[in-house]
Ligand binder design. Structure first.
Ligand code: ZN
Length: 392
């Protein structure tokens, strides 16, 4: 059983233009606008940004831009307040913006203008605000006095998507935003309107790179053993399938740790099993108390290709050493991906087994740590103390 699924799309989608996330600490001071991509794409996007700031009507129809913070997309000439450059993402066609889950702006009306565009815009807004309980074609049609068939045809002609596909796109966009803002997968799924319908998980799965058989069913059919113990960092929870460790979490409260495990694997058979986890905990304790240099356990976690690359790299950073998010990105030949590296670190489900605590910011700041910065600090301090003692 593979246990965990992460969704940041790194594996199957190019870096977003102008890296619009910004929630996670980057080790860049970020004074200069960052425009990832080929030099040609960079020039194009800079020209597009200039067109937006100039509200250049001659560019209308040539591209649209989405504003991450609002989820709305506009024509270049839109009179609304100018967005932040790093919160903008460009699309050559309106269909691409809709597929990314953006809603058409009410002021500049970016959809192709024809007799039905206003109706379709209305429907887009309605669908986007009802992702928790998507309406049937019949219901949508009756709102507008159209037959389901006619409605679908009109919608598709103007947007390139069916109403259902657009609803899915909105849900995916919300889910991604929630995950990037640091919510747990379970929280994010519910918050993004996935409810408990496995059909919906499955429908979105192919685009997200999720595997419905695993996370979609939240561990259904899997046996997961777990145990909680005291350690120098508070409580430690370990959980493992037959193939390997699927969760290693630090926390202050046993109750919270177990509750979050149960949330994550609501459909799995969870068994508290001190005996099965004893060797695993022993190794973790040995590492925490300094008699082992690393935690080296088989892992049963699922990830995007990019996350695998990051996590493999982290496993090679020796005890006592640190690298910056940019250095890791550099080492993976993705020099502009420091933020994506930070996100991959933040989505690590197995503390210390994948030593994401050994990645810090370029200015020496600790960056983030999902189990609390004070734990990161203590881990690094004790590793440094041990290794400097050895080399002295
Ligand atoms: Zn607009």
């Amino acid at each position: 059983m593979t246990s965990l699924v992460y969704i940041n799309g790194e594996a199957n989608r190019p870096m977003p233009l102008l890296d619009p996330t910004g929630e996670i600490d980057s080790d860049r001071p970020a004074p200069v606008p960052r425009v990832p991509g080929t030099p040609k794409a960079q020039r194009r996007d800079l020209a597009r940004w200039k067109a937006i700031t100039a509200r250049d009507t001659s560019q209308d129809g040539k591209f649209v831009y989405g504003v991450r913070s609002t989820g709305i997309f506009c024509r270049p000439s839109c009179p609304s307040r100018k967005p932040r450059q790093d919160g903008v993402v460009f699309f050559s066609e309106t269909g691409m913006a809709l597929r990314a889950g953006f809603r058409p702006c009410l002021r500049c009306r970016p959809l192709q203008r024809d007799a039905h565009s206003e109706l379709v815009e209305r429907l887009c807004r309605h669908i986007a605000s009802h992702v928790e309980e998507p309406e049937s074609l019949e219901a949508l049609g009756s709102r507008e006095g159209l037959s389901p068939f006619h409605l679908q045809r009109v919608f598709k002609r103007i947007t390139g998507l069916t109403p259902r596909e657009y609803g899915d796109a909105c849900r995916v966009a919300r889910l991604k935003a929630r995950l990037q803002a640091g919510q747990s997968v379970t929280e994010a799924l519910y918050g993004a309107g996935y409810g408990s319908s496995s059909r919906l998980y499955e429908r979105s799965s192919s685009r997200l790179g999720m595997t419905p058989a695993t996370y979609g069913r939240r561990g259904l059919g899997a046996c997961i053993n777990y145990e909680v113990a005291d350690c120098c960092l508070g409580k430690v929870l370990v959980a493992a399938t037959a193939s390997g460790l699927c969760s290693l979490q630090f926390g202050d409260s046993e109750r919270c740790l177990v509750a979050s495990l149960k949330g994550e694997y609501a459909a799995a058979k969870l068994l508290r099993n001190p005996k099965a986890l004893a060797p695993c905990l022993q190794q973790i304790q040995a590492y925490l108390t300094g008699s082992r240099r690393n935690v080296d356990l088989p892992l049963d976690i699922r990830a995007t290709a990019f996350q695998w690359r990051v996590w493999n790299h982290l496993k090679a950073i020796p005890e006592g050493a640190v690298q910056t998010y940019s250095e890791v990105a550099e080492a993976l030949s993705r020099p502009r991906a420091a933020r994506a590296v930070a996100r991959a670190c933040a989505s690590n489900q197995v503390a210390v087994a994948i030593p994401c605590h050994r990645v810090i910011r370029a200015d020496g700041g600790l960056g983030g740590y999902r189990w609390g910065l004070s734990r990161k600090e203590r881990l690094l301090d004790s590793e440094r103390a041990r290794t400097s003692g050895k080399s002295a």
